[in-house]
Design a protein around this ligand. Structure first.
Ligand SMILES: [Zn+2]
Length: 270
């Protein structure tokens, strides 16, 4: 599903994290939809603002909401300060992603599992990312780690947005995985962030497999049969093993029967 969430669904996602949410005035209709497309959305992009701030609420309003000369706001959909407070900045198209690598977007859409093992390395600037990603601006310099509260809120919000769309953690990327000229979000590893988000999606109420679903998936997976060498499902391998045991038991019973017959004949001869 790639239709953008409504502003109220986005607010519900932010509030579901348990972190404080501050709504900037008029954020629900603050956007740049008059300048270009908004959606289809395919993922979440994590940024850093590039500076630590002691006045995050003012920064959220004066910079993230308003923008600046040459880059009008909103500069993201969400901002997150060092205490883990989430600010709703605007809803709709914003100026955060810029142009980036369309092949990275393809990998995000496909939820490429290799994104769980390493960061994407963009090489092109052929695609407008602003309609395709929700932007989270994490208010920190990037020259050190995020605070625990900040990282927790960033992962929680990313997971909640993914859950609202039915996406997995491979739908979350950092700005440096999109643009060749960016390094945000600084010191944080996107691979480990995605793994943490995946764990949240697993243990939350979002998408938990039942014991029956896990058992069925195991039975459907395949193994190489040790004698025939053919690829068989676990279910079939179990069936073959059971049949083999029954045949062996029957053969044993046959041998025992033959022996007792022979013993009887021997006794008669003696
Ligand atoms: Zn950025």
């Amino acid at each position: 599903m790639s239709t953008p969430l409504s502003a109220s669904a986005a607010l519900a996602a932010a509030e579901s994290t348990g972190h404080r949410v501050v709504q900037l005035g008029g954020w629900k209709t603050h956007n740049r939809n008059h300048k270009g497309a908004w959606g289809p959305v395919n993922g979440v992009m994590v940024h850093h603002t590039g500076s630590d701030t002691s006045a995050p609420a003012a920064y959220a309003t004066n910079v993230l909401h308003d923008g600046y000369t040459g880059l009008p706001g909103p500069l993201s959909q969400f901002g997150i300060d060092a205490s883990g407070t989430i600010y709703t900045i605007g809803w709709g198209r914003g100026n955060h992603a810029g142009r980036g690598d369309g092949r990275v977007l393809d990998r995000v859409i496909a939820e490429d599992p290799s994104l769980m093992c390493g960061e994407a390395k963009p090489t092109r600037r052929d695609t407008d990312g602003n309609p395709r990603f929700y932007g989270i601006e994490v208010m920190y310099s990037g020259g050190h780690r995020m605070t625990d509260d900040q990282r927790e809120a960033t992962e929680g919000l990313s997971a909640a947005l993914c859950a609202a769309h039915g996406w997995g953690a491979a739908s979350v990327i950092g700005h440096r995985e999109w643009s060749t000229t960016k390094w945000d979000p600084g010191q944080e590893s996107l691979t480990s962030m995605r793994r943490d988000i995946a764990a949240r999606l697993q243990i939350g109420d979002f998408d938990m497999a039942s014991a029956d679903e896990i058992a069925a998936a195991i039975l459907r997976s395949t193994v190489t049969h040790p004698i025939t060498g053919e690829e068989v499902t676990i279910r079939e391998a179990l069936r073959m093993a059971l049949v083999g045991k029954i045949e062996a038991a029957e053969a044993n019973a046959g041998v025992r029967g033959l022996r007792s017959d022979l013993d009887e004949q021997r006794r008669e001869v003696l």
